[in-house]
Design a protein around this ligand. Sequence first.
Ligand SMILES: CC(=O)N[C@H]1[C@@H](OP(=O)(O)OP(=O)(O)OC[C@H]2O[C@@H](n3ccc(=O)[nH]c3=O)[C@H](O)[C@@H]2O)O[C@H](CO)[C@@H](O)[C@@H]1O[C@H](C)C(=O)N[C@@H](C)C(=O)N[C@H](CCC(=O)O)C(=O)O
Ligand SMILES: Nc1ncnc2c1ncn2[C@@H]1O[C@H](COP(=O)(O)OP(=O)(O)OP(=O)(O)O)[C@@H](O)[C@H]1O
Ligand SMILES: N[C@H](CCC[C@H](N)C(=O)O)C(=O)O
Length: 494
Amino acid sequence: MVTPISISLKSLGLMAVGDANPVLGSMAVDSREVRPGCLFCAMPGSNIHGATFVKAALAKGAAAILTDPEGALIAAEALRDGNAALVVSETPRETMARTAALFFGAQPKTMIAVTGTNGKTSVSTFVRQIWNELDIEAVNLGTTGVEGSWAAPLNHTTPEPITLHRTLKQAAFEGITHAAMEASSHGLDQRRLDGVVLKAAGFTNFTQDHLDYHETFGAYFDAKAGLFARVLPEDGTAVINMDDAHGVDMVAIATVRGQGLITVGRTSADLQLVAQRMDATGQDLRFSYLGKTYQTRLNLLGAFQADNVMLAAALVIACGAKPDHVFDTLEHLTTVRGRMQLAATRANGAAVFVDYAHTPDAVSTALSAMRPHVMGRLVAIVGAGGDRDAGKRPLMGRAAAENSDVVFVTDDNPRSEDPALIRAAVMEGCPEATEVGDRAEAILRAIDTLGPGDALLIAGKGHESGQIVGDDVLPFDDAEQASVAVAALEGRLA
Ligand SMILES: CC(=O)N[C@H]1[C@@H](OP(=O)(O)OP(=O)(O)OC[C@H]2O[C@@H](n3ccc(=O)[nH]c3=O)[C@H](O)[C@@H]2O)O[C@H](CO)[C@@H](O)[C@@H]1O[C@H](C)C(=O)N[C@@H](C)C(=O)N[C@H](CCC(=O)O)C(=O)O
Ligand SMILES: Nc1ncnc2c1ncn2[C@@H]1O[C@H](COP(=O)(O)OP(=O)(O)OP(=O)(O)O)[C@@H](O)[C@H]1O
Ligand SMILES: N[C@H](CCC[C@H](N)C(=O)O)C(=O)O
């Protein structure tokens, strides 16, 4: 077991009002998790200020409060009555992140992070798989939890700093020397990564998502750019996909910061994908690295996965591995759970794929990756999440209509919203689609339409194991539902 922590406020570089210096044994950003001797981080929130909960935190034995000037005012009365230390920071989330890094005090010694609208999970998983192939104890951390040489669940793509550094410390304790993490735009905006020490950082692409949170494309881009502008140190290496129009902007930031740089892309890049030949079970690639040409076979479906693999290979090289050794591992990479995953096949040969496409660009990318392999009709199931960027809904419907022959619109995590209204917004982009609210029924009906040579893409939920309706998470797994539907239709179920 990791040894319990006991550290004074001043040893963490924090100065309290009145010079108090309590000894701390834990940190929490949620008052409900406070224990005696805890540093409660009372952060400004999108719904309410965390300082509202200082009284509750003190009742549970918080020894110190970290907040911003507004929080100090909100908590003034509660603090007057207690004897906890108060630390006030103008940049409370950054201070919390740096404090969490010092408090937990250990991370795998080699770490990379990946940002971009689509491909973060895929790239970080491939980085981890390459490291594992090189006999390195490694994990990837993100939307699918902690995976690899050690496993643990996570609730966020980029966890808040206390959970993040507790996890990194535990990983280091488990003997993990290398970690590849996802840097979500929320995570970057909320400074969740600010205490992490990175050797390299990667950029995949930039398209529409999360405008509910960031409001403008400019703010969304600035959040992502923060990985290079702020988190990656000067002696780190930026690994940039130049096929995306925003690649040049990331290169400009890396250049100003004096970071190392590896460019990746299909035209004129350090690591360049020169040729790609797809078939039913994978793809053959020819690529060059600094003038030398290589060839490999990927047992992965989806043309876009080659771009993700190139970025992953460059990230591993940026961390010091020999390029030839890295390229030798690529033929062993395996499908990332829920990303272009073959979930079921009908007796007539029609294939059913599950994919985590939940942005307009990802829906187009995933469907167009399938198109060359489909002799018959390409069928798509699409839906959009509730409490998420409403502007992307009709665009996702349109992307499905433009890149497939038949579209079913269904529910995907309605959360607090009315599912019928979400479906109506998606239908605006694909008015010819068939609307089936119940996702299991949509899957069954779509699979029922598949003839020989047809294929179905079930987009949106990928690896997810639940459908979020209101505050409930109902068990739901697209791949499992696809198998059940095929079995039912083929008469294999009673
Ligand atoms: C929109 C968003 O990112 N919100 C995050 C933010 O919470 P918030 O500002 O909304 O919090 P709030 O509800 O206003 O409460 C204010 C503060 O009071 C605290 N509190 C609240 C209640 C209580 O009883 N006691 C208490 O102390 C809360 O912990 C919070 O710190 O700060 C919290 C603590 O750090 C996060 O848990 C929370 O993530 C929420 C749960 C969330 O769903 N975030 C999603 C959108 C997210 O981050 N997604 C990205 C992935 C995106 C992608 O690429 O697809 C991710 O990295 O996972
Ligand atoms: N390089 C890429 N370019 C375009 N689309 C991609 C790319 N890589 C993956 N996608 C699409 O995006 C979907 C999600 O992929 P992945 O989970 O790797 O991205 P992500 O950025 O981690 O997403 P999130 O953080 O929201 O979980 C895939 O299922 C696929 O449809
Ligand atoms: N990390 C993404 C995942 C979305 C997946 C999709 N199934 C949805 O619920 O919209 C988000 O929270 O926006």
